[in-house]
Design a protein around this ligand. Structure first.
Ligand code: SF4
Length: 336
């Protein structure tokens, strides 16, 4: 229990803001969504809300996927008649509007040593000339702003929140730092940068991990991913039977799906559509997807295609599928 408390205490769940919202909107039933990494803080959050609130409120926690703000659990919230969803860990997803009111709490990391992280960026500024841009995953928005506002050695602009499939525009940046823990957000941004670099945008992308204070270059990871993706595309070129995986909420992309189906028809391909809130290996095994289909296209979260790189049949993003169906294989296109 102690280690859970220590972990949760290092993040800002903005309990006061939640309590004020409950009071001002007269919320009686609250529905909470947490990404996997923060689910252990469920008691920490609920106990604190109840301690601060001077009246009763019913709080229900969603165990459905919460990988991004593309997945607001509207169905769960409606099924319990919730007045409000509190969605932790992400900022709003730009391509998706939901029917239910949602309070987004980015859950900022408060355990960072600000001066140590600032020094890493200062040292970089001494080495490199030019304009610096910084973006961050939701947990590190404030530290990214702080660094940009404090640093004097180089011109710096805070560019916003980096999302897996919604990269931050980095025009007019000579060096672009993504502050995030783990590899996902930075590699996703670098991958989009790779497509753009081909189109002559000269930004150098670097990743800064605020938990380890290490600055690293994602180029090798990106090159490895691109090689694998090109191989998957090559394997799928002559595929006849296509399985399309459509998602829910913000992972249901109607226009992309329509475009994909139109192209599959005009290319005389057989296609089947699967609707899935969450796609895992068990689903693929139950479907005997390796025998039933020649290729699987993920129209929900593009990074699922990357996760299943070891599957015996190619699993593609929509961008990759469209490249095949358009016969446009000269360069790798960003996941969409
Ligand atoms: S679709 Fe995937 S990468 Fe995009 S926001 Fe949702 S979970 Fe993240």
């Amino acid at each position: 229990m102690q280690h859970i408390m220590e972990f949760c205490n290092n993040f800002d769940f903005e309990i006061e803001k939640i309590v004020n919202t409950i009071r001002s909107r007269d919320i009686r039933k609250l529905y909470i969504q947490l990404p996997e990494g923060f689910q252990r803080c469920i008691r920490f959050i609920i106990d604190r809300i109840k301690q601060l609130l001077d009246r009763d409120v019913e709080i229900v926690v969603s165990a459905n996927p919460s990988y991004g703000s593309c997945l607001i659990d509207e169905y769960g919230a409606k099924s319990i008649n919730a007045d409000l969803i509190v969605h932790f860990g992400h900022t709003p997803y730009p391509h998706y509007t939901h029917d239910i009111e949602v309070l987004f709490i980015p859950v900022e990391y408060t355990g960072v040593d600000k001066s140590r992280l600032l020094k890493v960026v200062k040292d970089l500024c001494s080495e490199k000339q030019g304009r610096l841009c910084i973006a961050a995953s939701p947990q590190h928005i404030s530290i990214a702003r702080f660094i940009c506002n404090t640093i004097e050695k180089c011109e710096c602009e805070y560019k916003g929140v980096a999302m897996g499939c919604y990269p931050v525009a980095h025009e007019n940046c000579d060096t672009f730092i993504i502050i995030s823990g783990g590899k996902f957000h930075c590699i996703a941004q670098a991958l989009s940068g790779y497509s753009r670099n081909i189109a002559n945008t000269p930004s150098k992308i670097l990743c800064l991990d605020p938990y380890t204070y290490s600055l690293w270059d994602p180029v090798k990871d990106v090159e490895k991913i691109i090689k694998i993706r090109m191989w998957k595309i090559y394997q799928a070129i002559d595929a006849k039977r296509w399985l399309i995986v459509d998602g829910f909420y913000g992972q249901h992309r109607k226009a992309l799906l329509t475009q994909l189906i139109k192209l599959l028809k005009s290319n005389n391909k057989e296609y089947y559509i699967l609707k899935a809130l969450k796609l895992d290996r068990e689903t693929l095994i139950n479907l005997e997807a390796d025998k039933n289909f020649d290729v699987i296209v993920i129209a929900s979260c593009p990074y699922l295609a990357f996760d299943f790189k070891d599957f015996s049949k190619p699993i593609l993003t929509v961008g990759e599928a469209l490249a095949i169906l358009h016969g446009n294989l000269n360069r790798y296109v960003y996941p969409w």
